[in-house]
Design a protein around this ligand. Sequence first.
Ligand SMILES: Cc1cc2nc3c(=O)[nH]c(=O)nc-3n(C[C@H](O)[C@H](O)[C@H](O)COP(=O)(O)OP(=O)(O)OC[C@H]3O[C@@H](n4cnc5c(N)ncnc54)[C@H](O)[C@@H]3O)c2cc1C
Length: 503
Amino acid sequence: MATTNSNAIQRICILGGGTAGWMTAAALSKVLGDRSIQIELVESESIGTVSVGEATIPQIRAFNHLLGLDEMDFMRHTQGTFKLGIEFIDWHKPGTAYLHPFGPYGANMAGVPFHHYWLKDGRQHPLESYCLEAMAARAGKFIPAVERSGAPAKQVNYAFHFDAVAYAAYLRKFAEQRGVKRSEGRMQHAVLHPVTGFVQALILQNGQKIEADLFIDCSGFKGLIIEKALHSGFEDWSHWLPCDRAIAQPCALTEPAKPYTQSIAQSAGWQWRIPLQNRVGNGHVYSSHYVDDDKALQVLHNTMLAKPEAEPNYLRWQTGRRREPWKKNCIAIGLSAGFLEPLESTGIQLIQSAISRLLSLFPDKSFAEETIDTFNRYSAFEMERIRDFIILHYKVNERDDSDFWRYCRSMKVPDSLEDKIKLYQRSGRIFRENNELFSDISWLSVLNGQGIIPESYHPLADQLPDDKLQMQLSSLQKQVQDTVAVMPAQADFIAQYCKAIGR
Ligand SMILES: Cc1cc2nc3c(=O)[nH]c(=O)nc-3n(C[C@H](O)[C@H](O)[C@H](O)COP(=O)(O)OP(=O)(O)OC[C@H]3O[C@@H](n4cnc5c(N)ncnc54)[C@H](O)[C@@H]3O)c2cc1C
């Protein structure tokens, strides 16, 4: 007969109430809620949060599902819109644009990935014309699943844009309803066990002492426990990802919200445009080595679609990862565990995957080294592969308008990325390694969008006779067109199902 583990974790303290803190609190309260584990979250209103992080990737739907959230209710409370992908404007070179959609291109035939047939056909039609999500995005349309007479329902791959502050508030309510205790206060220092170095308590400025068995550091870039107290160390990736600052500033919505994010290359970085129901989130991400803050703000204002609606929010960071995101009895989740940059909207995904790793490897008070090592190994793998994918956007460019882009083009990239680029260049092949986050669809979108044309394609694609190939390609394009034709405009879908509260 199984016995209860007397070594079980009884108290968890989460430091920080940004997106990471409240996502963690919400998930732990849902999964551990009825196991008499106390969860306390400490945050300081006087410090505040980064208040950015408005675009997501489809994996967030699994997180919502874990919590049991009603998607439409969540959209209504967060000014949410739908996201079918990202458009990269001027990235390959000025005057170009391509989409990284969330859905597949065409269909594999005889076990050979679709894009090899498209290459064999001489790339006659744009790749995105074979992708439902891309064409729906271009048409401003959205519905979660499309029903057409005579055809099976077609599920659409999507994510969300939302107001990051409203999202944290929504999750806070969820977590507090499930017993999470919130304490207002500013942490001053951590008390460590004199022999083991484990964290025993956090001391707040008001003198309060918060003891726990497990500490989750969601304190943002500073990593107050994981770095300031436990000296986990930081692996710097700024030579590969040189953007280290951003200015975020919203403006009014002047046209129906697009169901996709826009990323516009600028001379020393890039700019995001994220349409919500009530406004557009804008931000200029740049390298302080190539442009100063005043000029960066000017660039943002020059390309904003309407007047700013709030003061600019200046953010600074160093790209890289915490060497040991789990050290002793502390786990860093969110910006405290490292940051790449927001280009592919991976911040919230990294929080979500760290939470799911924590739940799979949930410790007891013995904090077995093997458990900690496993968590850290998988965290490193995940971040390194995302890092490679983001570097790809910078490395493969034909822009010649600034030192920033020339630097990016000439920089030596990680071997793991160089191998992927070479493989595609030579043979059109893309391999997804283990459980890396971005699939071959994502890699193909960016490799092709940034202008790489493979020297050859899969030899087995030649087994399909040319006339049959033509028929298949036309039929796939027509299926996409017919499906998009019956989809509603995103604006109509939102008005009917998830109009923001108070609008
Ligand atoms: C410019 C930019 C754009 C981004 N865009 C995206 C995006 O589009 N999509 C995406 O997925 N991610 C994005 N991210 C990442 C995303 O914003 C973060 O992953 C997310 O907001 C999590 O932040 P956090 O909770 O770790 O940190 P923070 O929001 O900084 O929260 C830290 C918390 O710790 C508390 N705290 C700090 N010090 C103390 C103290 N001494 N005592 C008590 N409490 C303390 C603060 O009060 C706060 O509650 C972006 C990030 C940046 C910088």
